[in-house]
Design a protein around this ligand. Structure first.
Ligand code: GLP
Length: 241
């Protein structure tokens, strides 16, 4: 595991985007696993800057997003479809047919999960999986549980997650109660994992996830078993490391 702590958001964003862009420069057909939430926004901004400077093209890249809310219209401003469009996809030359985000409005959600896993399998392997970290140690929407699920599945969001994500909605009642998420098995199969965490409120969970026991109670602790994990932290999130 390689843990890097940055004294400014700019440096952290640059480090994150450099990892993404250099991967695509070496392998233009790279398969990226993408994350949402507040954490990666600055990294995507920097990636778009690199794209605008002509440093990278996404023409042959394929992307898979970690998760999506169930039942939230795709064009709702807080859907992860809208998020990805707003922060990344509309700014770059990534063809729509190479973008994969779970469809939380599919009539048959189980079938959608299976189809999402098949599409990942068809793409070969995710070369780089970007991850944020929930306050309860969730990755994607894999919430703490007695057992974790390998592939894409429907999940009931934890109370803590509903509260954390209420900031993006008018009230907590509007936060969807379920989501589709890539499973931890798929996440751990990625060739490289890039975990990015910011903020003092995450310092404790960062420490538990990266140095504590490996347990399904802290899904991110499973990342300790990954052979190529890079962690980018700001000073606040890295305070206990
Ligand atoms: C969200 C997402 C995760 C994200 C995490 C942290 O609910 N499903 O993929 O990493 O929670 O979000 P944030 O970066 O906004 O703190």
């Amino acid at each position: 595991m390689n843990v890097l702590i940055f004294d400014s958001n700019e440096k952290l964003n640059e480090a994150g985007s450099n990892i993404m862009t250099s991967l695509i420069q070496t392998n233009p057909r790279a398969v990226l696993g993408l994350a949402t939430g507040g954490t990666p926004v600055g990294v995507y901004e920097q990636v778009v800057k690199d794209y605008d400077r002509g440093l990278v093209s996404f023409k042959s890249v394929t992307t898979f997003n970690l998760d999506e809310y169930v039942g939230l219209p795709e064009d709702h401003p807080e859907s992860y479809h809208s998020y990805m469009n707003h922060h990344l996809f509309r700014h770059i030359d990534l063809p729509a047919k190479q973008i994969h985000i779970p469809n939380g409005n599919a009539e048959d959600l189980e079938a959608e999960c299976r189809s999402f896993d098949e599409r990942i399998a068809d793409a070969g392997q995710i070369d780089l999986q970007l991850l944020g970290l929930g306050h309860n140690g969730h990755i994607g929407f894999n919430e703490p549980a007695h057992a974790l699920i390998r592939g894409t599945h429907i999940v009931d969001l934890a109370e803590e997650t509903l509260k954390a994500n209420a900031r993006f909605f008018d009230s907590i009642d509007e936060v969807p109660k379920q989501a589709l998420t890539m499973g931890v098995g798929t996440i751990l199969k990625a060739k490289m994992i890039l975990l990015i965490v910011r903020g003092a409120d995450k310092a404790e969970i960062v420490h538990r996830a990266l140095t504590g026991p490996i347990t399904t109670d802290v899904p991110a602790s499973l990342l300790q078993t990954h052979p190529h994990l890079v962690v980018l932290l700001d000073q606040e999130a890295g305070r206990l490391m």
